[in-house]
Write a protein that binds this ligand. Structure first.
Ligand SMILES: Nc1nc2c(c(=O)[nH]1)N[C@H]1C(S)=C(S)[C@@H](COP(=O)(O)O)O[C@H]1N2
Ligand SMILES: [Mo]
Length: 221
């Protein structure tokens, strides 16, 4: 008698399983992959990753992500040396922003990344800090008033148009320096220094370009 109950029970369970599988009732365990770039976002036409002109001071820089660190130091209470994954652990945001190069071309891109101000909150700038200097692996640098980064939602991007930044576009990180000329959009960032020198001169700034780099002003000093 008991054996019959077990047999019937087993058949019922197998039939239920068959129904669940055949009707695809189980949620699939999806592994997200980086999609190819998107060309349209919320009705806005986007440029392509390939619409940029490659004019970096030393050409594309290859960054080995296993040994990569983002150093954040200078006038801070809590200096940090983040891995790529640790940076990506900050809340991610996305936004369409246009990059304008002084050469006269521009690109409209969907950027995804972390907010610079979240990183600043983590390292705790000292009261004397008023300037933030970004450095890159090619020796490039540029700087901003601390307020610009604290009062605006400025992204340090690791994706553009939904795809991980290509090497030529600044992998692992490019600054989305909204309302600033393209030369402020530093690529291949590997260090952020908090400073009390508002007159710091970065790569193009020391070659005659304006330190504020505001898009609504001339880029020449
Ligand atoms: N590290 C680094 N970042 C850089 C540059 C550079 O030469 N080195 N060029 C800047 C300039 S002048 C522009 S217009 C933008 C454009 O990005 P692209 O070189 O990917 O077109 O990157 C900026 N970021
Ligand atoms: Mo540029």
């Amino acid at each position: 008698m008991i054996k019959q109950y077990i047999a019937v029970g087993a058949i019922v369970i197998i039939m239920l399983l068959a129904i669940v599988i055949s009707l695809d009732l189980l949620p699939p365990s999806t592994i997200p992959l980086d999609s190819v770039e998107v060309t349209n976002y919320q009705g806005q036409q986007l440029s392509s990753v390939n619409d940029f002109r490659e004019n970096s001071i030393k050409g594309p820089q290859y960054v080995n992500i296993t040994s990569y660190h983002l150093e954040v130091d200078g006038l801070v209470a809590n200096p940090q040396n983040y891995t790529y994954d640790q940076v990506k652990d900050f809340q991610s945001y996305q936004k369409v922003v246009k990059l304008d190069c002084v050469e006269g071309w521009n690109v409209n891109i969907l950027w995804q990344g972390v907010l610079v101000k979240d990183i600043l909150n983590d390292v705790k700038p000292l009261p004397q800090a008023n300037t933030v200097i970004f450095y890159a692996v090619d020796g490039y640098s540029t700087s901003f008033p601390l307020e610009y980064l604290q009062n605006n939602q400025i992204l340090m991007a690791y994706k553009m148009n939904n795809a991980t930044l290509p090497t030529e576009r600044g992998f692992p990180f490019q600054l989305v320096a909204e309302s600033k000329w393209g030369y402020k959009w530093i690529k291949w960032i590997n260090r952020i220094e908090l400073s009390d020198n508002p007159n710091y001169q970065g790569y193009w700034e020391s070659r005659g370009y304006s330190t504020t780099g505001n898009l609504n002003e001339s880029f020449l000093k």
